[in-house]
Write a protein that binds this ligand. Structure first.
Ligand code: PLP
Length: 396
């Protein structure tokens, strides 16, 4: 594997040199006043990225999965009913975690390639007149299928049913690369990690709780210790942690937020959309289909691409790594062997993306797929030429 090539996996993502250096720090005593100068701006920066005025942000040495565990153990009690939809591997794993914690999950099965069915959520919530359902889970961007879901519609479903359940959103592969509006959408818990939109190494779970979710922390009865937000909150008040923080990563997070906010969140989202549209133009030119069934659910951070029947899509990933030193994502769960994934989030430019598309073409041609070399690259080039000219004009 060549370290000079960008990666095209949906996390961990490429790191800007500046952020990589920010994580590489001499030892700093995390009980010294200096630590607060890293911690507080990092927490404040995440809040801005989430577009929240009212959330409390918590950062644990962990990963996105630890963020899920933080959310459920701090807000729920054994036996609580949960509503969730399964439309890919990540929503599946979240459901599995809830079940292993003794929660009763009402699972709505949705075809892999479609978004979360907000209308089904509404029907189920409306029938739950006793308000037994305590939380609704929503995976904003299903990384396994390249499908984004409409979180505002899930919030409307709760409101229309006049249901008080908490809304927990997995934003691991959307936050900091796709539009996310914690307050406007009434999200009660938002979860992400350091290694996707924040362009950092893996190692942090990032969780934000709304005031309503914070209130539920007091009555929740699931056991928690490492992920107890009450200990974290007490420690934060003294610019400290209940244990040893990942200081270098937190410094990276502070600078990552600065970088995202300096580019401007709307510009970050527009860049991801433009890059993704170029990838989708290439997929069309190759004569292949996305796993995402309709344009309204196309993800701007990852594309899962279906390969022809009888072809093992995982071979693309293995061959790309072995022959060209380039990483693409494999298919997971139900779509294993049926799709390969191009991750296009984080620190990426049009030009870097073209190199990934060119590599994918070489790989598919090597493996005997009927791909005309240059066809997808040309389609993306055409798109980027017109779009970049447009955004340069807008910036002027
Ligand atoms: C990557 C990812 C996760 C898991 O995050 P880890 O940091 O690997 O624990 C969860 N949900 C989604 C949607 C993801 O993309």
């Amino acid at each position: 594997m060549s370290f000079q090539n960008p990666v095209f996996i949906p996390g961990p993502t490429n790191m800007p040199e500046h952020l990589r250096r920010a994580c590489d720090m001499p030892t700093l005593d995390h009980r010294s006043p200096l630590f607060g100068q890293i911690l507080q701006p990092a927490l404040a920066g995440v809040k801005k990225v989430l577009k929240s005025e009212t959330a409390q942000v918590f950062v644990f040495p962990s990963t996105g999965t630890g963020g899920w565990e933080t959310t459920i153990t701090n807000c729920l009690s054994p036996g609580d009913r949960i509503l969730a939809a399964r439309n890919g591997m990540f929503s599946h794993r979240w459901i599995d975690m809830c079940q292993r914690h003794g929660l009763k999950v009402e699972v709505v099965e949705a075809p892999w390639g479609t978004g979360l069915p907000a209308d089904r959520y509404e029907e189920i919530l409306a029938k739950d007149t006793g308000h037994e359902i305590k939380a609704v889970l929503a995976t904003h961007n299903e990384t396994a299928t390249g499908v984004k879901s409409d979180i505002a519609a899930v919030r409307r479903a709760l409101n229309t049913a006049k249901h008080p359940a908490l809304l927990f959103v997995d934003g691991v592969s959307s936050i900091a690369s796709m539009d996310f509006r914690m307050d406007e959408w009434g999200v009660d818990a938002a979860v992400t990690g350091s290694q996707k939109g924040f362009m950092l190494p893996p190692g942090l779970a990032i969780v934000a709780l709304s005031p309503k979710a914070q209130a539920s922390v007091e009555t929740a009865k699931l056991p928690r210790n490492f992920f107890d937000v009450r200990d974290m909150m007490k420690a934060y008040a003294n610019n400290a942690y209940p244990y040893t923080p990942a200081v270098g990563l937190l410094n990276g997070l502070k600078q990552s937020c600065d970088m995202l906010l300096a580019e401007g969140l709307e510009n970050v989202f527009a860049r991801h959309h433009r890059i993704a549209e170029g990838v989708r133009a290439a997929v069309r030119a190759w004569g292949l289909e996305l796993c995402a069934e309709t344009p309204d659910v196309y993800s701007d951070s990852v594309s899962a691409i279906r390969t022809p029947e009888g072809f093992n899509a995982t071979d693309i990933v293995t061959h790309a790594a072995g022959k060209y030193g380039v990483a693409f994502g494999v298919g997971l769960g139900e779509v294993a062997g049926k799709v390969f994934r191009i991750g296009h989030l984080g620190s990426l430019t049009d030009v870097m993306t073209l190199s990934g598309l060119a590599t994918a073409e070489m790989v598919m041609a090597d493996l005997g797929l009927p791909i005309q070399l240059g066809s997808g690259v040309a389609a993306a080039q055409d798109y980027y030429r017109s779009e970049t000219a447009l955004s340069a004009k807008e910036a002027a």
